[in-house]
Design a protein around this ligand. Structure first.
Ligand code: SF4
Ligand code: SF4
Length: 360
């Protein structure tokens, strides 16, 4: 319909790329759905949207397709099918993991904590370093393996035979898109979200979320270096590098996640789309910041177990929900860069043949 109409061509890459097709296989639609970033500008422009009888709604249709791809490529399949049954599946998993963590870790460490009378307990008095490593590393390894498997399946499915292998330039172009979001919003005028006007609120909130996650990851890496290489175990001073990185990252995640939940399209709440990621991220950031704030109080053990539970649940749930949009979109953008280049080469060859003519 959009290819025939053509009114929105030029709004974003989805419409430009869709013109390269005269018919769409399932994998082409998965690819295009993951190029869309849900700015909703094409819905405002569409003359066939409600109340027209065709009820065309490209952003909602592509969002449904994107969420279908999370179930389709989620690995292992039976976990993806199970968690994909409810749009709150991932969030429920995080809450259950928090409750389990408080019950198991909290109760088992209570006698040790109550026997410490001389000084305030540290993190490792409450939960030993070995246990902390185990509950962090095993779910993280599971999560990374599952995400890698899903991404490879998606890559294999959407990368057509006719598309050239990506070159360094395509990779750089994709990385630039991921870290700057320069493409965000139709014709670079921002995006609509649940408001009436085009703004850049969603772009900056998304960037806050991305850089917040990177900062928290950096805090963990720096903390590990302090512990294992410099021989300085936690807790660290409020002015130390791991605490600053963790605080800035946690704050950015909370602002980004809550902000995106508020300004994001309302229609996603009415549909089957997975809406667990933002509340789950907020819980992880909130429990982490609370732990930092009350680490010298009696509530520390409880908050630590709550935070560990939130992290475990988060790691276990992310390979089966909206988090997959990150790697899937990166692969789709890489394919778009390679496809545009391949098509330009084919067009240039055709033009050259026409200019020279068969006799030449
Ligand atoms: S919602 Fe925005 S990104 Fe998605 S297809 Fe429409 S204009 Fe493109
Ligand atoms: S979204 Fe509507 S107006 Fe835009 S190209 Fe498609 S059918 Fe045409």
């Amino acid at each position: 319909m959009c290819n025939a109409c053509g009114y929105c061509h030029g709004y974003c890459q989805v419409f430009n790329l869709s013109r390269l097709y005269s018919s769409f296989a399932d994998n082409d639609l998965s690819y295009l759905a993951n190029i869309c970033h849900d700015c909703r500008a094409c819905l405002d422009a569409c003359q066939y949207a409600k109340p027209h009888e065709f009820h065309i709604d490209v952003p909602d249709s592509l969002r449904d397709l994107r969420h279908h791809t999370y179930k389709l490529y989620g690995r292992p399949r039976f976990v993806a099918d199970f968690l994909g049954r409810s749009k709150y599946g991932g969030f429920v998993l995080v809450v259950v993991a928090m409750l389990l963590s408080v019950s198991v870790l909290g109760l088992s460490t209570l006698p040790e904590i109550s026997s410490i009378r001389t000084a305030a307990p540290t993190f490792y008095d409450a939960v030993s370093w070995q246990v902390m490593m185990l509950v962090g590393a095993v779910p993280a390894a599971w999560s990374l393996t599952a995400i890698a498997r899903s991404t490879v399946s998606f890559w294999r499915d959407i990368w057509g035979q006719s598309i050239e292998r990506p070159q360094i330039l395509d990779l750089l172009q994709t990385l630039c898109g991921i870290f700057t979001w320069h493409h965000f919003g139709a014709l670079s005028h921002g995006c609509q979200g649940n408001g009436l006007y085009l703004t850049f609120r969603r772009k900056y909130l998304h960037l806050g979320l991305l850089y917040g996650c990177i900062s928290c990851f950096a805090a963990t890496v720096v903390g590990t270096i302090y512990h294992h290489i410099l021989g300085q175990p936690a807790p660290y001073a409020y002015t130390s590098l791991p605490v600053i990185l963790g605080t800035v990252g946690g704050g950015a995640i909370m602002v980004g996640a809550i902000g995106l939940f508020i300004v994001g399209p309302r229609s996603s709440l009415d549909r089957k789309a997975d809406v667990s990621l933002l509340p789950s991220l907020s819980l992880v950031a909130f429990t982490g910041l609370s732990l930092l704030l009350f680490r010298e109080s009696r509530a520390m053990t409880f908050l630590l177990t709550l935070h560990l539970g939130a992290v475990v649940g988060f790691f276990l749930s992310i390979p089966y929900g909206h988090f997959l949009h990150g790697p899937f979109r990166a692969i789709a953008m890489l394919r778009a860069a390679s496809q545009i280049k391949t098509n330009m080469a084919v067009s240039a060859k055709k033009t050259q043949t026409i200019k020279l003519g068969p006799a030449d």
